[in-house]
Design a protein around this ligand. Structure first.
Ligand code: RP5
Length: 162
């Protein structure tokens, strides 16, 4: 199976990114994690993107806050699918990162998840890998079924109590 390559702009993003690594671990999907910044370490971020396909990466997740150029900068240097996680920071509640991640110019797409949406970023990465992997697709179906069962259990509980 191909790996998911995860890049975050700062180690301060790790508490958010952890939800992605936990999700990938739960699905048994291999990943590698790096701290590379589009602004502070542009050369390393670029090299990671340029070499990702050769390094057996199938999908990239890029997480960054503030003027979060990271996912776009990575996407500029690879044709692997790139999923951007806009991270919430103190001043603008993540709106800054959301807009700079989602508003990519035509030709360089970034699949942007919600602010701090790291679990969904991992699930989307898994869904991309599952296009060619029936076993992984089955795990996704099982998770959907188990999530639905939890909601229906809550529905039954609430209906009974009110
Ligand atoms: C971004 O700036 C990082 O992704 C992080 O979300 C934000 C702040 O970084 P630190 O100053 O905490 O290292 O590049």
């Amino acid at each position: 199976m191909k790996k998911v390559g995860i890049v975050m702009g700062s180690d301060s993003d790790l508490p958010i990114v952890k939800k992605a690594t936990d999700t990938l671990t739960a699905f048994g999907v291999p990943f590698e994690v790096h701290v590379y910044s589009a602004h502070r370490t542009p050369v390393e971020a670029r090299d990671f993107a340029l070499n990702a396909r050769a390094n057996d990466v199938g999908v990239i997740i890029a997480a960054a806050g503030m003027a979060a150029h990271l996912a776009g900068a990575i996407a500029a240097n690879t044709t692997l699918p790139v999923i951007g996680i806009p991270c919430k920071s103190t001043n603008l509640d993540g709106l800054d990162a959301l807009l700079s991640t989602v508003q990519m110019p035509t030709g360089i797409p970034v699949a942007t998840v919600a602010i701090n949406g790291a679990a969904n970023a991992a699930l989307l990465a898994i869904q991309i890998l599952a296009v060619e992997d029936k076993e992984l697709a089955k795990k996704l179906d099982d998770k959907r079924a188990s999530d639905a069962a939890k909601v229906l259990a809550k529905d039954a509980e609430i209906s009974k109590s009110l």
